[in-house]
Design a protein around this ligand. Structure first.
Ligand SMILES: [Zn+2]
Length: 374
């Protein structure tokens, strides 16, 4: 359950510099105050003046320090009041803490909020990263004026990558900014429509999911991983490495792949290793299969040492003799092409192969074949 916040969002667009004394915040936020009080942190600054919070009054009251006390003095006839230090201390929205909860509520990879260089009034708060290598910046602004929001959108669009811009409401989104967002295939999210108070934490309002919020953006920018048919890529979660991967051959054309908690059964075509002309497995797939067999045969080698030696030599460059030189070079080339094909498909950086003893090499990932599949 998440409670809709009625006054917070527009208040954030109205408060200059996101700063005010506690009574100003309370009066602006009303019933929402409690839900966000944790973000209103005291600064070192004492307010010089405050707006009258008496009903119907618009006068500005001066804050005067007098004999160790703070006095709120009205030029217009309200009664002078004594205030505590906290009451006249400017409290500012903790943008970092606020942004962290917003990012979490939207299922984003949160980053410490930092000002976007050369674009005033906007923070980068995280990344939308559905898969490895697919990463889009997510920015937060509190701009309440169309001109300011317009210049934020201009500045972000100039960086020529699609982005996600979050603002408290849509009220400052003018037509020009909306058009530019559309032209750059970027996404605008309005917090009042999506986020509420979920028991002391900002969280998505009922009926919304992070996947739903980003569905259209995702479809526009991220190719669909396919299990069968055309070449695509694996839905690799961000931050995984080659050592997290396991490939198990089920038969000569099919593997079971496990990576970062995701499992798929794939054939060579789905992994982008089909021969373009006749759709049969290409040389890279054949090498992958050969390596899987070798791994399996390594276990069997105690029973049948001759098989072990033959297949070990296939990849053991140090041990290879001159007569096998050509074959060895062919394998080295195929190994490079296979490494490239695996990087393309899994979107993981670095070499999937590692040098092993005696000048040979092996895979950094688990590669094997099911019993009886050879
Ligand atoms: Zn007054």
């Amino acid at each position: 359950m998440s409670r809709r916040l009625q006054r917070l969002w527009s208040a954030l667009e109205q408060v200059p510099d996101l700063a005010g004394v506690p009574v100003e915040w309370r009066s602006l936020l009303g019933d929402d105050h409690e839900a966000v009080a944790r973000f209103l942190l005291p600064t070192r600054r004492i307010a010089g003046s405050v707006k009258s919070t008496s009903p119907g009054r618009t006068c500005i009251h001066e804050i005067r320090k007098h004999k160790g006390e703070y006095l709120e003095v009205c030029p217009d006839g309200c009664e002078t009041a004594t205030r505590s230090r906290d009451e006249v201390t400017v409290h500012r929205l903790d943008v970092a803490g606020f942004a962290r909860e917003i990012a979490a509520s939207l299922g984003l990879e949160a980053l410490p909020a930092e000002a976007v260089p050369n674009v005033a009034g906007v923070w980068k708060i995280g990344d939308y990263a559905p898969f490895a290598k697919y990463r889009f910046p997510v920015c937060l602004t509190f701009a309440g004026e169309p001109e300011i929001l317009g210049s934020v959108v201009d500045g972000l669009a100039a960086r020529s990558e699609p982005f996600i811009l979050i603002a408290p409401t849509r009220s400052a989104l003018g037509q020009a900014a909306a058009d530019l967002l559309k032209r750059t295939d970027s996404l605008f999210l309005s917090l009042d429509e999506l986020v509420g108070d979920g028991d002391g934490r900002l969280s998505l309002l009922d009926g919304h999911t992070a996947a739903g919020v980003f569905a259209e953006f995702h479809a526009a920018h991220v190719p669909q991983p396919k299990a069968e048919g055309g070449t695509a890529f694996f839905p690799t979660p961000p931050g995984v490495q080659w050592t997290d991967l396991a490939i198990v051959f089920k038969d000569a054309h099919t593997v079971s792949v496990s990576l970062g908690g995701i499992q798929r059964v794939l054939n060579y075509t789905a992994m982008g290793m089909a021969n373009r002309k006749n759709r049969s497995p290409n040389k890279q797939w054949e090498l992958l299969y050969e390596l899987a067999q070798r791994n399996d045969l390594l276990r069997q080698s105690r029973k049948d040492p001759s098989k072990y030696v033959a297949l070990e030599d296939l990849t053991n460059e140090h041990a290879a003799n001159k007569q096998r030189g050509n074959r060895r070079d062919a394998h080295r080339k195929q190994k490079q092409l296979l490494a490239e094909a695996l990087r393309q498909f899994f979107k993981i950086d670095g070499d999937p192969f590692i040098l092993s003893g005696k000048g040979g090499w092996s895979t950094r990932f688990i590669l094997t074949a099911e019993e009886g599949s050879l």
